[in-house]
Design a protein around this ligand. Sequence first.
Ligand code: B12
Ligand code: SF4
Length: 661
Amino acid sequence: MELASRPKGEILLPRGEMTDIRRRLRLLAAGNDLVSVVACAFDHRTRMLPFIYADSRMIPAGVRAIGSALVDAGFPKTRIILQQWNRHFDPSQMQLDGRIPDLFLVSSMHLHSSECDRLIKRACAIDVARRPLIIVGGPRMTYEPWHVFSGDAQDGAGADVAVTGEEYVLLSMLEVLLTVRAAREPLRSAFQRARDTRALDGIPGLVYARSSTVNGRAEELVDTGIQRLLGDLDELPNPVLGYRLIEPPSRGRSLATQALDAHEIRRFSPVSSLVLTAGCKFNCSYCPIPAYNQRQYRVKSGERVADEIKSIYKAYGIFAFFGADDNFFNDTKRTVEICETLARRAGSGDRAFRKLRYGTEATVHDTIRIQQHLPVIRESGLFAVWMGVEDLTATLVKKGQTESKTLEAFRLLRSNGIYPIPMMMHHDSQPLVSWKSNYGIVNQLRTLRKAGAIYTQVLMLTPAQGSRWYENTYTDGSAFKSVAGIPVTPRISDGNYVVASKHRRPWLKQLNLLLAYAYFFNPVRAVATLVCSKSDIPFADRDWRPATEIATYSRLKKARRRIGLRLRARLTDTVFQIGGMIGLLLTFRRTIGWTWHLLRGPIERQLQPPTSVLPMCAPDGGPAAHALPGTGRQSIEPAAKRRIAPVAVIKPAEQVSHDRA
Ligand code: B12
Ligand code: SF4
């Protein structure tokens, strides 16, 4: 099920509201000495192609955004810990600034559910009187917030609240909590009071549990609705702030006394992800993104993007970026505005922009539409575009990407010195190889490689939470519940494992994924790249220098530069081949067992999407915005009445100093 949109006129926050709440919080922060730990859940068993490098060498933008928002709001005692680098971290042992944090925040994708749940469980091992307020957010919560609450009478370990939205939702909740918080009161207790007096119900984007006994198991979940979106992304705090909060990589269970030194950041994370735009105008049925963005397209201005890049380069020396865009070419005017600003800065001789290289995602359709601007886009530093080709013949998905259009988009990008990277989706009706047609996955990879692809991703069509197709894959009997007795868990729902298929021999599909990669990344091709690389056909001018400057070079300098660029381009192809082969070995090791299980069977299917076991409702008792059909709905009144305790009146004097010395 797609996320619903808010009514027209209520989708976006009023202009300036984000800036205002940041200012208001800074005033409140002066009297509240809060300590926070933000953890990024990561399950190491998910490491494989095609994400093998990006998954661990790029500090995720989500936790950085949350850390930056906290620092910006006046809470500098914040630490970001990545399970990617600190796999043994145990929240029950965390201390920062000599004390147990007031806030423990967890960010998770659906894929990393088991680690997310473990982190919450370990945080709940802290004595209940000293336990931090546990807040969970990120993509997993956006679509299925119920997972982090426990209805189990024996094991009540669960989060206090799930945030189904972005920074603004968290900051709004903090504002309410700090307003009701009494002097020296633990933040978690202030939360419980705010929750029970329904002071949180007016903040769309939260899900919290109600129970009839203090510290008892959750009985129902209250969903305050779909978040309001920040329309002007320039109002966000600068994400550079988050970098100074990173926990140094270690094998330890607790936190270090100091965050990772500034000069070490680039060594561990040479690429920085950056939000430039959000949203996409297309409406693919397997994709949750348009509905998440409530059909809005949100952007940062060119100047703002340039400032962020400059500040990250200046502080940490990072010059490689990845745009967290859904479709960077979605709106020509906005894309060109960003790129012209970056190109202008490079042209003015600013080192940060001359060195700048960034990649992002865009569609075939928009690449063709924007073709006349590709030179300036290249000059801005864009060097690679990940493109959702999915199926070259458009049999699976039609979003304006016929074979000829895809090849045209590849040619345009290549001739402008930009690498196109196809993202392919394998599906039941697609064979490994086809004769006299381009339907087979290997045929398509061959065509795309010839057109200049130096890297690729091939994933199996898998149900994505929040997409239109999601429930269909269950109700039509495609989704597996277990295979050979092994349950299908979130960890294997990343598209690298066949977990939904009606094919008679699903093990063949699983094998096809490996064979498709092996066709693309192999030793023969790796050696061949040194002789005849796809990365210099057509010759890729991968230099930042504007064409006008290059025109002034002498013939000798031009020839030297051309040879240098060609060599670099070939080596890039070779490096991608080697990286791909290493990734393939890991992918083989991780998924070959699943192929065997699929072959052996039996396969048990799941006919209903996994819904919340706890009833869910809106604050007024109506349907919950994030509940899937089939979720129980309990009247909130009886529980609310049982639970609400008399609220202490907070005197203004108590509100000013909340220092918990
Ligand atoms: C960049 C990216 C990647 C990179 C990540 C690299 C890195 N280390 O950062 C790579 C290429 C590795 C990657 C891989 C995958 N990805 Co990806 N990826 C993205 C993408 C395009 C951008 C992520 C990003 O940086 N966003 C910007 C930040 C600021 O947004 P955010 O993370 O959502 O955080 C905001 C809110 O969620 C919230 N928030 C986040 N955490 C917290 C925590 C708290 C406490 C609170 C209060 C709020 C909060 O506030 C943040 C600020 O607004 C998103 C789509 C998108 N546009 O977001 C998909 C996305 C995250 N990926 C997704 C998926 C599914 C995958 C894969 C499984 C592959 C696949 N099948 O598509 C793999 C998993 C690999 C692995 N082992 O982890 C899904 C996740 C869906 C889900 N329900 O979990 C997304 C959402 C795309 C989609 N389908 O909608 N991905
Ligand atoms: S084009 Fe890409 S981002 Fe846009 S809806 Fe389709 S899959 Fe999602």
